[in-house]
Design a protein around this ligand. Structure first.
Ligand code: KG4
Ligand code: ZN
Length: 340
């Protein structure tokens, strides 16, 4: 089974061709990602109108390149998958409409994919992970612990009460003048910082639920930054390291709690799985490893390139749905909001 996947929900124009062999394993034949980071950097965040226009300009070339790298023709495809939301609606329209056009002309099925579902299923592409598993979805817009019971069967065990985890990294970076996107910048600074210098709160720790909160941490960080201002490069590194350490502690505690809830309701999970841009963070990965070891749960964390937004995860989700006969019609409308 061979599927082309298209991703345009945020600031990456991406396309990929993925194949599933008869034995069920997935193989990425191509995975082309064009980041718009430079176009948005001067504004300190993603500007929806700029993103939509950039997707229009790039999408044809990116799809062409993905097809060429894969060495496939459109006639070889069993399906065209596109992220149909949730995300910035202008971008979603570009990707979904392009997929519809190809599907119509080439007479192949269209599969409209929930971007979050694609993040959720990536571990099955990279690690062949079996259902059910506990998913930690940690991106710029989402922070969720989800019991993944099957394709299309998701039970949310916990979520954030305010900011998303990636948003917390981005806002920290902005506050400290580190630019956008913030996560990788904060991580880089944290390497040379002292993580014990600033005593920051660990919101939600020791609660029985599996929810998150990051706004209190953000405020505490701002107050500390104001207290020691003007900030030296070492101050900034120490603030980043202390912030990241607080996040790591929160992730560790909330995942332990989430695993408990999972076991009580669904039995033993096949794995603890991470997805989303923040799963690219080495310290966060360390927390996941710790939880996995402490609880004897296998860990599946996709490689960095497949944690952040990409076309391969969309193509793979398309394969998973196509295999179950779940295709969509031309009437499928783009969705700005679309909970998992
Ligand atoms: O999944 P993603 O690529 O896009 C969506 O939000 O769907 O995630 C982007 C988020 C941003 O908030 C970015 O700052 C964060 O992931 N991120 C990181 C790192 N790399 C990306 N956060 C912390 N450390 C990183 N290395
Ligand atoms: Zn994403």
């Amino acid at each position: 089974m061979l599927v082309l996947g298209i991703e345009t929900t945020c600031d990456e124009t991406a396309a990929a061709v993925v194949e599933r062999k008869a034995d069920g394993t997935g193989h990425i034949l191509s995975n082309v990602v064009l980041s718009q980071v430079d176009e948005h950097a001067v504004f300190g965040g993603v500007v929806p109108e700029i993103a939509a226009r950039a997707h229009v300009e790039a999408i044809d070339v990116i799809i062409d390149e993905a097809m060429r790298e894969a060495g496939t023709t459109y006639d070889d495809l069993d399906g065209i998958a596109a992220a149909a939301g949730p995300g910035l609606i202008g971008g979603v329209i570009v990707g979904l409409t392009t997929a519809k056009a190809i599907a119509l002309v080439k007479k192949v099925p269209l599969i409209a994919i929930n971007h979050l579902e694609a993040h959720a299923l990536t571990a099955r592409l990279t690690d062949n992970t079996a259902f059910p598993y506990l998913l930690f979805l940690a991106s710029g817009g989402h922070t969720q612990l989800v019991a993944v019971l099957g394709v299309g069967e998701y039970v949310r065990l916990g979520t954030t009460q305010d900011d998303a985890i990636g948003e917390a990294f981005d806002k920290t970076a902005k506050l400290l003048g580190l630019g956008y996107p913030g996560g990788p910048q904060v991580e880089r600074q944290a390497f040379s910082g002292n993580k014990t210098r600033f005593a920051l709160p660990r919101p939600m720790q020791h609660r029985k639920d599996a929810d998150f909160s990051f706004s209190g941490l953000k405020t505490a960080l701002r107050l500390e930054a104001e207290r020691v201002a003007p900030l030296s490069p070492q101050d900034i590194a120490d603030l980043c390291a202390s912030f990241q350490e607080a996040v790591v502690d929160v992730v560790h505690d909330r995942l332990r709690s989430g695993l408990k809830l999972f076991r009580a309701r669904f039995g033993e999970p096949a794995a603890l799985v991470a997805a989303g841009g923040v799963a690219a963070n080495q310290a966060v990965r360390g927390a996941l490893t710790r939880v996995a070891m402490e609880t004897g749960t296998p860990l599946a964390v996709p490689p960095l390139k497949l944690c952040t937004d990409n076309g391969a995860m969309i193509a793979w989700a398309g394969i998973e749905r196509l295999a179950l006969g779940l295709t969509d019609t031309m009437a499928f409308a783009p969705r700005a909001r679309w909970p998992l």
